[in-house]
Design a protein around this ligand. Structure first.
Ligand SMILES: [Zn+2]
Length: 207
């Protein structure tokens, strides 16, 4: 496993090499590169490029009224049922689906998360929905809300973080992405909130 943990914050960036197949490269120290190939990300889910385009269109048009269809009950139980016992895509904790007692809340409860937030134009479509543990879902929403989105660059940065986050567990087998270096603001808020919910230290993330 390659590690980019020892580099300083300024020297690390993620660049998109191509859209098809999707290739990402972590540029470290200006010369060392780590390739993240398409097969290492969730292929059936919304791409980062699509997230950025959709968010831009949504914000420019201040578009509203495309009436949203809700998440159907069938889609909900399909996504959550399949998640039971599987690792959360972000923190790796095995998720639980309380099929028979949906009112009992626990941080590891499987929930449905929008990869591209509704506030950025995210749809209730299968490619934008993913099962995620309750703690990650909440911490992620909190970090998104708390992050400055005043410029397009800041928005794209947040979207990149959101997208990489839903692939974090999967990517951890390939490359050790140092979220604390790449996205320090979002990461700090996320981890603090996540740890509080699980009542554990942040280093116990199972990735
Ligand atoms: Zn999680």
């Amino acid at each position: 496993m390659d590690s980019i943990g020892s580099q300083s914050a300024q020297s690390v960036s993620i660049q998109h090499q191509s859209k098809n197949p999707m290739t990402f490269v972590a540029i470290v120290g200006g010369n060392m590169t780590i390739q993240i190939q398409e097969q290492e990300i969730e292929p059936r889910k919304i791409s980062l490029e699509r997230m950025k385009t959709r968010s831009r269109e949504f914000r420019e048009n201040r578009e509203n009224p495309v009436r949203r269809s809700g998440i159907t009950r069938g889609m909900r139980s399909l996504i959550l049922g399949a998640a039971d016992g599987r690792p959360c895509p972000t923190c790796g904790t095995p998720m639980r689906f309380h099929r028979n007692s949906p009112c009992i809340e626990s941080p590891d409860m499987a929930t449905i998360e929008h990869i591209l937030p509704i506030k950025e134009g995210g749809a209730n479509e299968p490619d934008n929905l993913i099962a995620m543990c309750l703690a990650c879902n909440r911490a992620r929403g909190y970090a998104y809300n708390q992050t400055s989105k005043a410029t397009r660059e800041e928005i794209d940065d947040v979207l990149e973080w959101l997208w990489l986050q839903v692939n974090q567990h999967r990517l951890s087998h390939v490359v050790e992405l140092q979220f604390a270096l790449l996205y320090p603001n979002q990461h700090r808020i996320f981890e603090r909130n996540w740890a509080k919910q699980y009542a554990r230290t942040q280093k116990e993330m199972k990735i």
